[in-house]
Design a protein around this ligand. Sequence first.
Ligand code: AMP
Length: 399
Amino acid sequence: MTSYVLVLNCGSSSLKGAVINHQTGEVKLNCIAEKLNSSDAHITFKYNEEKETEDLQEKPNHVGAIEAMMRQLKNLHLHQDIQAVGHRVVHGGEIYRESVIIDEDVFINIQKCIMLAPLHNPAHLIGISAAQSVFYDVPHVAVFDTAFHQTMPKKAYIYGLPYDLYQKHGLRRYGMHGTSYCYVAKEAARLLNRPEKGLALVIAHLGNGASISAVVDGKSRDTSMGLTPLEGLMMGTRSGDIDPSIFSFLHEQEGWSLTEITAMLNHKSGLLGVSGVSNDCRTIEAEALSGNERAQLALDIFHYRVAKYVAAMTVAAGRLDALVFTGGIGENSKTSRAKIVGQLGFLGLQIDDQLNAEARFGQAGIITKSYNPLAMVVPTNEELMIAKDTARLAGLTSA
Ligand code: AMP
């Protein structure tokens, strides 16, 4: 019997699921439930390249979605092959340095971290409860986005604020995309045929959300996202680093509330805010090519800031063996990679146009003429990483 892991990522009104063979990475079934808790709630399954959508009107919530998933698995005779469930959990605070089997204490600890991830952790808890009620006889594992960064030294994660705010509220840098970094660091080492120990990487996860990390000996040394995903690089709709005085400026000049300013920084800024066109890199690249100056400016800012952060993360890493690109933009936009690497000649990086054009659409590879240091593309696979961690903790594999 093949053993599969069900990987779940629960949002407040959505739920993504994937049934994955943790050994081969094969994805047997994908599903996404959307508009949960509304009259339009529905779930779409993807199996063998075919899509099928089902209304969830009778039970338009997370339990309804997971029950629909179970019915689908039964139809496909796959339900008995699900040996464990892995849950993506955004915030594990300082409590979790690695993934963990979910028991009552873990549930309570995820609750304690709600203050740090008020939008995400409550939704994860709803998802965990719903999944436990349907898949009640297999282990459930929490895989935290923040866990990988718990190895950062204090100088990287303490803000220049009164220290008692850290002691009282846990106000510090946590970082995100940890599951992606963990996977990509291992893959980069494998592709370079080197052990993770001794390898100094700067990994740029460039998607709609974007961050960058220094990873040495397979461990995070620093990362650009902070207490929340808002800090660091400019992103699709997030501003990234700004002068914090902009809060009081906008409050005084525009009369905006803290909530309005925070929403603007998260949802109306970044590539979207500067270009005025879109948050989607492909659309902005097309606009810039057709002469839209603000689209070009948005891209220039994005590339410049990534390059600036690569240099900063090289300080954190102590040296640079490889700059690794991942995420939707990092994996596919040869233009972005060329523009970023083009600003990093002083580190010894020199793009190879042909290799850069080849490493796209799921294809990994080195993209520089230089080999020491080098730049490379490694497609990320957070779901597979969650499946592997879950399988390991559930005792399905020894690795
Ligand atoms: P992610 O959040 O990792 O799914 O990445 C989404 C981002 O990747 C969006 O901004 C997309 O426009 C961008 N992206 C995907 N494919 C390409 C491509 N071929 N060229 C440029 N950007 C791309």
